[in-house]
Design a protein around this ligand. Sequence first.
Ligand SMILES: O=C(O)[C@H](O)[C@@H](O)[C@H](O)[C@H](O)CO
Ligand SMILES: [Zn+2]
Length: 299
Amino acid sequence: MSSVRVECVVSSGFGIGESPVWDEKEGALLCVDIPGRRACRWSPGSGQLQAVPLDAPVSSVALWKSGDYVVTLGTRFAALNWKEQQVTTIAHVDKDKPNNRFNDGKVDPAGRYFAGTMAEEIRPAVLERNQGSLYTLCPDLSVVKHFDRVDISNGLDWSLDHKTFFYIDSLSYSVDAFDYDIQTGKIDNRRSVYKMEKEESIPDGMCIDMEGKLWVACYDGGRVIRLDPETGKRIQTVKLPVDKTTSCCFGGKDYSEMYVTSARDGMDKEWLSRQPQAGGIFKITGLGVKGIPPYAFAG
Ligand SMILES: O=C(O)[C@H](O)[C@@H](O)[C@H](O)[C@H](O)CO
Ligand SMILES: [Zn+2]
């Protein structure tokens, strides 16, 4: 058994840190601060955290074949030119729902950008229910809506054979699977593959490893858990020193390290004084399993 080590690598408090993505070309970790309205890039070499301020809550960031990034910003899909700090709107969703915003998003193995929406929260996990939908931004820049009546659209990833799409609507306390058609990007046959245990609290961001197992960040659970979607069993738990763990991805050399984002919003003074690293970014080493590189938007 390798020895698992958890280290706080960025302590500058993210309101809600989210959407960690390893940018291999830059050797850096991308992520966002949703209420802080900034897209961030952290370089392990220099330890430098760069940030691009944006004009709306930014909930996910993805690589783009063009060399720019794509982000979900408010209820828009947008292009982000990092160097020029310039944002261009690509498409607009939920136009009839002014209180909505995008939440988590990720690119599928064919280069489609999947992202879902939710009503803005009154406080963590408290919001108007059923307001969200799941969307895809296709490489031809058209948008497809898969379904609505989502509470908090969250973690997503695809099986290694691309035949299954995994998805989390946080307030269902379940990790779900759909049949996935990589040719068309269509999803079908929804079922639950894991029900959260009480102490695991709310399922949030998620990623898959090289063995096809799922890692889920547990919001208010202070941990990431490794699940076998075939058996529906939890295989491993890694605890973190903060309760509001929001998402995870693999990165670093050969995708052998895991990065975990966290949030500090919704914590009072006393809670924050017990968990001063809340809102930080954590690196986990020694997991003994690697991840896979993120896909880039093909538009
Ligand atoms: O990180 C996210 O995905 C949301 O934007 C957060 O708001 C939390 O998930 C939510 O509060 C937990 O239920
Ligand atoms: Zn999330």
